[in-house]
Ligand binder design. Structure first.
Ligand code: SF4
Length: 485
């Protein structure tokens, strides 16, 4: 089985459940491994990749420092081109705005371009309260929607499903005879295409997110792989775009940087197969009504946070998910949010701060791989550590003096030991003697007291008979002796 819904449990418990699903782990390992290898190849072929990364970081930082200026510039540019701009403080306001616009159209069905932001605010569910069906048109999003599940990856929402599972789903959802469909990806895509074509031709309202918005021209940019998004952006009469306020860029020229960074980091392509730009409305060409909903929903608060604000540089490429050893083993659902993986571990606590989010900063080995691949160089490990500090400071368990004292004493002792090479080696010798009763089959087991948590869930190697420093000294001495001969 491969579970498909967010698990309403703290991360620790939800991840333990997900880990028992062998099929899920195989699906995740296959897909993340393939995307990782492709991404490495297409980034390494660019000699200026690190310079591009630095440029992306600098542009985003500049924009965030002057966010108010660029947002009002964007509003003026969109309005001057026939669009209407709406400001939403939170998810409730954004959903209300979209619901009112759809209600005014009289439509009972809208088509949707894949959008993390509308998933974040729960727009489909809000529209459903009015009896409006929102049809996801991205193939993977459609799979997840038909299955009644939740996306588990930013870029590959159906990463937890394999071809056989998708075929079963389509047979049921499209009421096909088993002889009409096999699990060949092209056939599966064709089945979805024929279902979606009718929806595109009938739709009068479309809803999208935005990858970028250009302040000086009022242009919205949307990148995708399938062309379904472009159908939504061009065929319906009304287009509603819901965009987080951090997506704005100052000028058209800035897209040069991000349209190189994003595809290589996300789908591992040199450019996206479909890159759509639209600015307001044009008579006789595309939607006659365009509404841009600018969503805050915790972003202003995040911007005010000196450590956390760089999270807003994120361009939702999902590269950090694909390299994360935690994500690769448990998938997206244990994170309990549309934003899983390393970015989810720092974004969710800042944007929404739900009770279970306090565990998310611990969903990391702090290996640093997420920072290495991030195209806008977000220092995720440092933010994770700061968030852990805040969790501990704000924890109701903090006043329990016993555990705090033991931990404080242990850490102070560790600090003294690590500060001195001789103390370090003496401690190592002592530990080597003391570890003997706990070594089983080359692994430390059942450590006593507060150390037991470590050996419960980790295969700790014992301290070797000849540690690195001894080996190094002996090697250096041998080299000197040989030099003297
Ligand atoms: S944090 Fe960086 S790597 Fe992760 S999704 Fe955002 S931009 Fe991509």
């Amino acid at each position: 089985m491969s579970g498909g819904g967010r698990i309403p449990l703290p991360f620790h418990d939800a991840a333990a459940l997900a880990l028992r699903d062998g099929q899920l782990r195989r699906n995740l390992g296959t897909v993340t491994g393939a995307i990782r290898a492709k991404r490495t190849a297409v980034t390494e072929e660019l000699p200026d990749w690190q310079a591009l990364r630095a440029a992306g970081k600098a542009i985003k930082d500049h924009t965030l420092r002057n966010l108010g200026h660029y947002l009002t510039q964007l509003e003026a540019a969109v309005t001057s081109r026939g669009g209407t701009v709406h400001w939403a403080r939170d998810a409730t306001e954004a959903n209300r705005i979209v619901r009112e616009l759809v209600a005014a159209s009289g439509e009972r069905e809208v088509v949707k371009v894949k959008s993390m932001t509308t998933d974040e605010i729960g727009l489909n569910e809000a529209l459903a309260e009015d009896g409006v069906v929102a049809i996801e048109t991205d193939l993977a999003e459609l799979i997840v929607q038909l299955a009644g599940e939740e996306p588990s990856h930013i870029l590959v929402p159906a990463i937890h499903k394999n071809r056989a599972e998708i075929r079963e789903l389509f047979l049921r959802a499209f009421e096909l005879d088993p002889s009409e469909l096999n699990d060949d990806p092209a056939d599966l895509a064709a089945a979805a295409r024929s279902f979606l074509r009718e929806r595109f031709l009938e739709a009068r309202v479309a809803v999208s997110g935005a990858n970028f918005a250009v302040a000086d021209t009022g242009t919205i940019a949307i990148v995708e792989s399938e062309g379904n998004g472009r159908m939504c952006l061009t065929l319906p009469e009304t287009l509603i775009t819901v965009m987080g306020i951090e997506k704005v860029l100052p000028s058209w020229r800035d897209l040069e940087v991000f349209l190189q960074l994003l595809p290589r980091s996300s789908t591992a392509e040199r450019m996206n197969p479909y890159t759509s730009f639209f600015s307001g409305t044009t008579d006789g060409d595309g939607p006659s009504a365009f509404h841009l909903v600018l969503l805050d929903a915790g972003r202003s608060r995040t911007l005010a946070d000196e450590v956390g604000r760089e999270t807003l540089r994120c361009i939702r490429c999902s590269a950090c998910l694909n390299v994360c050893p935690i994500y690769e083993r448990v998938g997206g659902h244990p994170y309990g949010s549309v934003y899983p993986g390393p970015i989810g571990a720092i974004l969710n606590p800042q944007l929404r701060g739900a009770p279970n989010d306090a565990e998310l900063p611990y969903a990391s080995t702090l290996c640093g791989a997420c920072y290495e691949v991030c195209p806008v160089a977000i220092d995720i490990p440092t933010i994770l550590i700061e968030m852990r500090r805040r969790v501990v400071e704000g924890s109701p368990r903090r006043p329990r003096r016993l555990s705090a004292t033991v931990e404080d004493v242990a850490l102070r002792a560790a600090a003294r030991i690590f500060a001195s090479p001789s103390r370090y080696e003496a401690a190592q010798r002592l530990a080597r003697l003391g570890q003997a009763p706990f070594v089983r089959k080359g692994v430390l087991r059942n450590l006593p007291g507060q150390l037991s948590g470590w050996s419960e869930s980790r295969d700790l190697r014992p301290i070797p008979a000849r540690p690195f420093r001894s080996w190094w000294r002996e090697r250096a001495a041998t080299a000197v002796e040989e030099g003297e001969k």
